[in-house]
Every structure is written in C-alpha cells, then in structure tokens.
Design a protein around this ligand. Structure first.
Ligand SMILES: Cc1cc2nc3c(=O)[nH]c(=O)nc-3n(C[C@H](O)[C@H](O)[C@H](O)COP(=O)(O)OP(=O)(O)OC[C@H]3O[C@@H](n4cnc5c(N)ncnc54)[C@H](O)[C@@H]3O)c2cc1C
Length: 429
C-alpha cells in the first residue's frame, strides 16, 4: 500500500530495506501509526531481485540465507512458502587452475582455514588486520585475498579480526531460489511505504523528531534511521547533534565494495559440469585474479560472478563493458571460446555508485572491532539507528539488518509506552 500524503505518524522509518521493513512489521503488529519513506522508486534496498534485465530471476544484492539455522528471514520464508535451497553444497568446489579442472581438498581447506583463522583471532581478543594472518608467499595467497574480500567486501588490510570474530557464523548458508529481494518485498506487503522521498535532516527535540525531506517536513514522536551507513558517514542525511562516538563509529566501520556480473546464455551451456560453483584461478599468472562463478543457479542459463574490495569499486567506475569482458574471459579460459557465441546478454550491478547505497556492507577497520556497538545507542532518546551495520553479531547481512529494525521498533515502542503484540520485538531488544 502506498500512502498518498506525508502525514505526521507516531514513528517515521527512513529507508525501506530489510531493516526498515523489519521495523515496519513490528510497528504494524503493535498497531502504532507509522510511515516508511524510501528515497528510491523501489523498496528492498540491497535486497533486490532482478527479473527483467536478463529474462531470468537473479539477485543483484543478497542471495544467501547466512547462518540459515538462526536466520529470521529463512523462518519467515518457510511460513510463506518462499523457496530456497534446503541443503547446502557438501562436495569440494571445482577450480580451474594451471589449465585444468581440479577438485582439491587442500585448496578448499586452505581458503576456509584462512577465514576460520581470521575469526578465531578475533574471538581470542586480537584486533588486527586480517592481512597479517596471510602467508604472502603461498601460491594460493590471491585466492585467500579474493575470498576474504568477498566475505567482508573490503581489502584484507582493512578487515578487523575482532569484527570478524564477533560474527555468529553457524556455517549453514542457503541460497534463495525465489529471490532474496523478492522475499523482502513480499514481507513488506501492506506496510505504509512512500517511495521517492529522501530524508535530508533528522532533528530530535524535547518531545518529537523533525525530519526534513525533499518532499516536505514530517514530525514524529520517534524516528528509525534505516539507511545505509554510508549515507550518514558522508552526511547525505544529517542527524543534528550526532554524538561524537557515533560519528567516529561511522568512520571506523565503513562500507566496502562488492559487485556482481551476470551473464545469460542461449541455453544451459554448463550442462555436464557437475558442480553449481566453480573457481577460476591461475596461480602462475596472478594478474588474472581468481574468480568464483555460480553456474546455472537453480537451473537458469546464467553464470554469475562476484568481485569485491577496491577492485570491484574501480571496475564499476570503469563501466559495464570492462566488467563483463573480465568475467567472460575467465569463463572462456576454462570452458573454451565457443562460449562467447552463446552469450545472449550480460549485465552488472552498480552498488558502488548507487547514490542511495554507495557500497556493499560494513566492515570494521582493524583496532575498531567493537565500534559498531555505538550504533545501538539511542540519539536524543527518540532517534534509533537500524541497518546491517548496527547488528552486533549478524552484521553485514540482510537478516541481521531485519533484526536491527525489529529491535529499533521495540525501543520506539518502549518510548511510546507500547509493546509488540506477540512480544518478539520487545523480547529481542
Ligand atoms: C552484492 C551484494 C551481495 C550480498 N549478499 C548477501 C547475502 O548473500 N546474504 C546476506 O544476508 N546479505 C548479503 N548482502 C548484504 C545485504 O544485502 C545487506 O546487509 C542488507 O540488505 C542491508 O539492509 P539494510 O536495510 O541495512 O540497508 P538497505 O537494504 O541498503 O536499505 C536502506 C534503504 O535506505 C534507502 N535510503 C538511502 N538514503 C535514503 C534517504 N535519504 N531517505 C530515504 N531512504 C533512503 C535506500 O535506498 C535503501 O532502500 C549483500 C550485499 C551486496 C551489495
């Protein structure tokens, strides 16, 4: 439901991503008058299922239920019959390396071992750069860098081991067949959302909050700011009198970069290749950079690859043609040049330059692994921050973002003297 007027609700939610929608659902249950404003012409934010560009469904943003056994969005997907992979891959991922396909336990153990080592260092209380744990002379060093940058959307030099250790990784990750973005959109059904309204300034006063937008001013008793961290870091949205420790946290927990390149073929060209995932990596020519591909996700004639960190940011700046050529060249090295003739269309994401997102997800800098805790503190008693950056243990994820929305709603309700009917948001605050 889209509301027509910018009325003054009890609670104003800024941003209709997973966090804003989590907050909205909690407030709807409590029957509190609220409104969600969203700057874009669509909802979902970084949860965005694209059904048009390639003629086949694919997720431009989040795609996996991470820590799926503890993932609130997986539970909601089950309730509404939104399809997702029921069991995760157990076989060793195939890698095209030194001119041949290999399914190498040692290589896979090496990559996952690095990721485990980084988190373990953090859990032991060390807050150093993930890069310090890497063996630079190891032939699979570029592979380790590649996977670290995908996990954290940042360069290993910029990843805090402490932040990594704080993440609650249960090791179960399940891809969403019907689309993660489509799920988040379904969960927003019936919520009062006004799109194409961008907040500019949020000011907390003694008894209310004034939000200046590009469509006029809205006054509410409380506000939940659920926009990407970078919007606040860059001052695109100003929160008047933001405490210095929160200003500092935005600087110390920046968003990284992560883009996808998706190629559609005229048919299932990878039939016969038994794995749905493949890495392509040439250790003797490290400039080729490792790449990981999803092949035929859920039987769709697509190959999707992911790049992250500064490389993703710089490639995205250069433009789609270079990104597509880069991905296709890697596929051709491994599967042969006939593949080029089978390409129907290719597209890329643009999260880095998207003016309402400007990045991928948050990662604390070394030495600042606990800085994101500052995001949980209410501002002038009635402004609450929500979003993936604000979760203490499911940071950087869509379900983490959703939970921060629920928690912010519970705080707003406590301020207004109400509780969520089924107690979920109140209990998790
Ligand atoms: C390529 C990629 C792959 C990913 N893969 C996964 C994955 O597999 N699994 C997973 O769990 N997570 C993944 N993530 C992370 C996940 O998508 C995000 O953590 C999550 O969706 C963030 O939700 P959010 O509500 O915090 O922010 P957002 O989804 O960014 O929502 C914030 C909203 O605020 C809006 N906004 C911005 N400025 C204003 C303004 N001034 N006024 C009003 N509205 C404004 C934005 O348009 C946006 O809609 C991925 C992210 C990327 C980029």
């Amino acid at each position: 439901m889209m509301v027509q007027n910018l009325s003054d609700p009890d609670v104003l939610i800024i941003g209709a991503g997973a966090a804003g929608i989590g907050a909205g659902r909690a407030l709807a249950k409590a029957k509190i008058p609220f409104l969600i404003i969203e700057a874009k012409d669509r909802i979902g934010g970084r949860a965005y299922t694209d059904t048009t560009s390639l003629g086949h469904l694919w997720d431009q943003g989040c795609h996996w239920f991470h820590s799926a056994d503890q993932n609130v969005l997986r539970k909601l997907a089950e309730e509404i019959g939104h399809k997702f992979l029921k069991r995760q891959r157990s076989a060793i991922m195939k890698t095209f390396m030194n001119g041949a396909w290999q399914a190498d336990r040692l290589r896979e153990d090496f990559v996952w071992g690095i990721l485990g080592k980084v988190a373990q260092a953090g859990r032991e209380g060390r807050d150093v750069a993930a890069a310090t744990l890497l063996e630079r002379d190891h032939p699979w060093y570029p592979m380790a860098r590649h996977w670290l940058s995908l996990m954290f959307s940042a360069e290993p030099e910029d990843i805090s081991t402490r932040d990594a250790g704080n993440y609650n990784d249960t090791g179960i990750n399940l891809a969403v067949e019907d689309g993660y973005g489509a799920l988040v959109a379904r969960l927003a059904a019936g919520l009062p959302i006004r799109t194409e309204v961008a907040a500019r300034k949020v000011t907390g006063r003694a008894g209310d909050v004034v939000v200046e937008t590009d469509q006029g001013t809205i006054t509410a008793k409380a506000a939940i700011v659920a926009t990407p961290a970078r919007m606040l870091e860059l001052g695109r949205i100003e929160i008047a009198g933001l405490p210095p420790e929160i200003v500092d946290a935005f600087a110390q927990v920046p968003m990284g970069y992560y883009e996808k390149i998706a190629i559609a073929f005229d048919a299932n060209v990878f039939d016969g290749f038994e794995m749905p995932y493949a890495d392509i990596f040439d250790p003797v020519a490290p400039t080729t950079r490792p790449l990981g591909f999803e092949l035929h996700p859920f039987g769709r004639p697509l190959a999707i690859t992911h790049i992250a960190g500064h490389f993703a940011r710089d490639m995205e700046r250069e433009g789609e043609a270079g990104m597509i050529d880069f991905a296709l060249s890697a596929l051709v090295r491994a599967f042969g040049s006939d593949l080029r003739k089978r390409v129907k269309k290719a597209v890329t994401t643009h999260w880095s330059s998207d003016i309402f997102i400007n990045g991928a997800y948050s990662c604390a800098k070394p030495g600042h692994g606990d800085a994101r805790k500052a995001f949980a503190v209410p501002i002038r008693e009635r402004i609450f921050l929500a979003g993936e950056h604000a979760h203490p243990s499911f940071q950087a994820t869509a379900h983490g973002a959703f939970e921060t929305g629920e928690r912010a709603a519970a705080k707003a309700l406590a301020l207004l003297g109400s509780r969520v009917e089924d107690g979920r948001a109140a209990a998790s605050a």
